[in-house]
Ligand binder design. Structure first.
Ligand SMILES: Nc1nc2c(c(=O)[nH]1)N[C@H]1C(S)=C(S)[C@@H](COP(=O)(O)O)O[C@H]1N2
Ligand SMILES: [Mo]
Length: 409
């Protein structure tokens, strides 16, 4: 062991430098893949590619354990070398803390099923917070340490010809060191680039209640009449949802008006059914309170949903004996998912029109979205407009792209 340690510590300076470079690349890969995973925009563009990016992010994330452990083996020596250099010591501690924090929260997000929704959503919170604070810090740290900034002849910005018009005793020194200038410029650039998203994120974390009111969630649907909330919806018996939705879509967000909306139940049914909007809002609704958990770690609690039970639609249409699967179509024309007949008959599976007493906005899947409280919400098809009964299995959009067929929370 001691021998082995000694071997690792030999050639220490070089090792530390290459370790630094490795760390740099790891952070770059994790930052890029992480931002792609975070940005809703990429969901539609990448499709299956998202699974690859996610895999890469997890593998490289876990691999970052190696440089951390490796550094800890060298740390004693490095620490002595840094004697007196407080700023550098602080930096080492910050970077290590960031890596360890990302790693631990990342492991929980990766193992979201074992961790459960509470742990996952806290882990996501930590992961995001570290990213918003840590990534700008690391970028700033790296940029201000670029070699060319350290070249002596570039270190200063001279003001006019040196000494010109100055008293001989006055120092013709630089007014502003080039490094200080660049640091300030980079700092300001970063603040402008990430500041607004960061503030929005902080805002959504701090506020409670129906967060999408404060966030820019828009509703491009134009459907009349608007559904009138039942007493249990206004005020919402759940007390108003806690947490904020991330707007996910794999297509541009569709929207509907009275001429384009329709809702269909067909396939292996006794009676094919179809409604226009006026007929659809007249269907008898009920109210339900439930939590909403996405596999990527975020949750929204205490949602008061109002809508029609999925099993009521099955009863209205009459399911034929050969039917096995309930296939669910989104009005975006791309997204589908499915439930077995048993799952679809659960009491809390709701075809929802309202959330916390208001029509569901188009960004969040309105006018009609599915809610399956006991399952991860990739089952909650947005812009639901067709229920088809089929005699075979159906693999949904995300299941086809790597999500588990078992969606139970
Ligand atoms: N049509 C459609 N429905 C969808 C999705 C989608 O991309 N398109 N994403 C699913 C996933 S993975 C989640 S977590 C929730 C997100 O719902 P929200 O965008 O209202 O927050 O919708 C689900 N239903
Ligand atoms: Mo999701």
């Amino acid at each position: 062991m001691a021998k082995w340690l000694a071997a690792i510590r030999k050639g220490y300076g070089k090792k530390l430098a290459s370790l630094h470079a490795w760390n740099g690349w790891i952070v770059v890969i994790l930052a890029l893949t992480g931002l792609v995973l975070f940005q809703g925009l990429w969901r539609g563009i990448l499709g299956e590619g998202r699974v690859v990016i996610r895999f890469l992010h997890i593998v490289v994330g876990i691999a970052s354990l190696l440089p951390v452990v490796y550094y800890l083996l060298l740390a004693g020596k490095h620490w002595k070398q840094l004697r007196g250099k407080t700023a550098q010591k602080v930096n080492v501690v910050i970077v290590l803390a960031l890596l360890v924090g990302w790693l631990l929260s990342g492991l929980l997000l990766w193992q979201f099923k074992a961790a459960g929704p509470r742990w996952s959503s806290n882990a996501l919170y930590v992961h995001d917070l570290l990213t918003w604070v840590g990534l700008p810090y690391i970028i700033y740290h790296s940029l201000t340490r670029l070699k060319w900034l350290k070249e002596p002849h570039r270190r200063t910005i001279k003001t006019g010809a040196a000494g010109e018009g100055l008293h001989p005793a006055a120092k013709p020194e630089a007014v502003l060191s080039r490094r200080a200038f660049i640091r300030t410029a980079i700092g300001a650039g970063l603040a402008i680039a990430v500041g607004p998203s960061f503030l929005r994120w902080i805002g959504s974390q701090l506020s409670s209640g129906t967060n999408y009111d404060q966030e820019a969630v828009s509703d491009a649907n134009k459907l009349f009449p608007a559904p009138a909330p039942l007493p249990a919806s206004s005020p919402p018996i759940g007390g108003g949802s806690k947490g904020s939705f991330r707007i996910y879509t794999v297509t541009p967000i569709p929207h509907f008006d009275n001429s384009t909306f329709s809702f269909t139940v067909d396939g292996l049914v006794n009676k094919k059914l179809q409604w226009n909007w006026e007929q659809f809002v007249a269907l008898k609704r009920e109210v339900q309170v439930s939590d909403f958990h996405c596999v990527t770690g975020w949750s929204v609690y205490n949602n008061t949903w109002e809508g029609i039970k999925l099993k009521d639609f099955l009863a209205m249409a009459g399911v034929k004996p050969g039917a096995k699967t309930v296939k669910l179509y989104s009005g975006d024309g791309v997204y589908t998912d499915s439930l077995t007949l048993d799952q679809a008959s659960m009491d809390d599976v709701l075809v929802a029109l309202m959330h916390d007493g208001k029509p569901i906005p188009s960004d969040l899947g309105g006018p009609v979205r599915l809610v399956v409280p006991k399952m991860y919400t990739y089952k909650s098809v947005k812009w639901l407009n067709r229920i088809e009964l089929i005699d075979s299995d159906h693999t949904g959009y995300w299941e086809e792209r790597g999500y588990s067929n078992d969606a139970w929370v």
